[in-house]
Design a protein around this ligand. Structure first.
Ligand code: UD1
Ligand code: MG
Length: 430
């Protein structure tokens, strides 16, 4: 399997995305399209070359965040535009070369393996489509590919062909190397077409086998609409995998999960939940419309309508509605309603009353709040950090805690309440 080289074409500008961001860096399920293509390719090959041109440096940099051993080459786009131009002057290590597109984030290694199982000089992906417009049409005779005609070069009859080129090929390396120099740009787009290698090889008696593939796996993304369709397919895959591993999901079509999220053990994810990249959930119940980002949640219940921002570790904890938490460690804690807890460490048995706010920012710096075991924080408490509240403290409702509180004590800050008899009558009726 590892005996194949892979070339990924990613030089195109992606004009139809109408964006300054290079096409292959647009994300689905939290990651760039090109990331998924490289990730799958790595399962098949130790020799991967990515062809870049448009915004080459930024594409290269973002992929180097994930992968170390990828070759990047810059296409000589001025002199050799087109998919054929893109693969010129690359020297793959192995006997066979799989050519992929960087804008096909839904391809999976197990589908690509099928190319390598066919005994042929060239294997190319073909999709049957009712509406074949926009694609290269594949002329097939006696189960072999004869040629591929680009739409812009096709005759009216050729345009009616329903078998289209999905754009993925497996070539014998020697065939690629001998025919690439023979390509010409004598066509409607004045480009060097990789598809012409197929026709040239066929004419010299080499065998070109079509491999019929599903559009769902080989969908190319050209527009923001395509991007959203690809994301839907990927979301469906992600959630199906979790459910088959035993995760309960209520109305899964309303749930969004990034591709690297981990969910383990007995978990329930309710409708409208969003789980962002870097999140790990174990034996927990995430209730409706909660949002969790880059945090770890173990044996806990979250929500409904709670927001857990990056850097939280919540263990044996209950977080209720309208609670926002950021960069905090909570173990065995209850925070049931309407609170902001930022930069905190809170220990077992502590109850955070409704409306508790950690004032963690003074306009210049962020400060930490530390709360010990079995503390009762009354409603509407403001904790002005930095502050340490030791174990077994009672904080009265409405208190502003602005210095440390010793173990076992009461903290209360209140102005005395006054009552004025007969005031209502006087104020409204006179
Ligand atoms: C190509 C095929 C067409 C097929 C279609 C499937 C050719 C000549 N045509 O069409 O038969 O139906 O894909 O999607 O190959 N790229 C480069 N350098 C370039 C041009 C393109 O790297 O100079 C890359 C693009 O970034 C993209 C891929 O090649 O990842 C395909 O390019 P695109 O322009 O989308 O394909 P078409 O030429 O329309
Ligand atoms: Mg094109």
């Amino acid at each position: 399997m590892i005996n194949n080289s892979v070339i990924i074409l990613a030089a195109g500008k992606g004009t139809r995305m109408k964006s300054t961001l290079p096409k292959v860096l647009h994300k689905i399920s939290g990651f760039e399209m090109l990331y998924f293509v490289i990730k799958e390719a790595k399962k098949l090959s130790d020799d991967i070359t990515v062809v870049l041109f448009h915004e080459a440096e930024s594409v290269k940099k973002s992929m180097q965040n994930y992968f170390e051993d990828i070759n990047f080459v810059i296409q000589d786009h001025k002199n050799y535009p087109g998919t054929g131009g893109a693969v010129m002057n690359i020297k793959p290590k192995h006997e066979k070369v799989l050519v992929l597109n960087g804008d096909m984030p839904l391809i999976e290694a197990k589908e690509l393996e099928k190319f390598t199982e066919i005994d042929s000089d060239i294997v190319m992906s073909v999709i049957k489509m009712d509406d074949s417009s926009g694609y290269g049409r594949v002329v097939i005779q006696n189960d072999e590919v004869v040629k591929i005609v680009e739409e812009k070069d096709a005759t009216q009859r050729e345009k009616e062909i329903k078998t289209v080129n999905a754009g993925i090929y497996l070539f014998k390396n020697e065939i690629l190397q001998s025919y690439l120099p023979k390509l010409s740009n004598d066509n409607a787009q004045k480009e060097y077409y990789l598809t012409d290698v197929v026709e040239l090889a066929k004419n010299d008696g080499f065998k070109v086998a079509p491999l019929f593939v599903k559009e769902e796996n080989f969908k190319g993304v050209n527009s923001k609409y395509d991007l959203s369709c690809a994301e839907e397919i990927m979301q469906h895959r992600i959630k199906k995998t979790f459910m088959s591993n035993g995760v309960t999901m209520r109305l899964p079509s309303t749930i969004y999960i990034d591709a690297d999220v981990e969910i383990e053990g007995e978990c329930i994810i309710e409708n409208g939940v969003t789980l962002h990249s870097g999140t790990k959930i174990k034996n927990s119940h995430i209730k409706a419309n909660s949002v969790i980002e880059e945090s770890e949640i173990v044996n806990s219940t979250i929500g409904p309508i709670a927001r857990v921002r990056p850097g939280c570790y919540l263990y044996d904890t209950h977080i209720g509605n309208f609670v926002e938490i950021k960069k905090s460690i909570l173990k065995g804690v209850k925070a049931g309603h309407l609170s902001y807890l930022g930069d905190c460490e809170i220990d077992e048995g502590t109850n955070i009353g409704a409306g508790t706010i950690t004032c963690n920012y003074d306009g210049k710096k962020k400060y930490k709040t530390q709360i010990g075991k079995n503390v009762f924080v009354g409603s509407d408490t403001q904790i002005v950090a930095p502050v340490v509240i030791e174990d077994e403290v009672l904080i009265a409702a409405g208190t502003t805690v602005n210095r440390d509180v010793k173990k076992g004590s009461l903290a209360i800050s209140r102005t005395d309440m006054k009552t004025v008899d007969g005031f209502f009558e006087k104020f409204f009726k006179e």
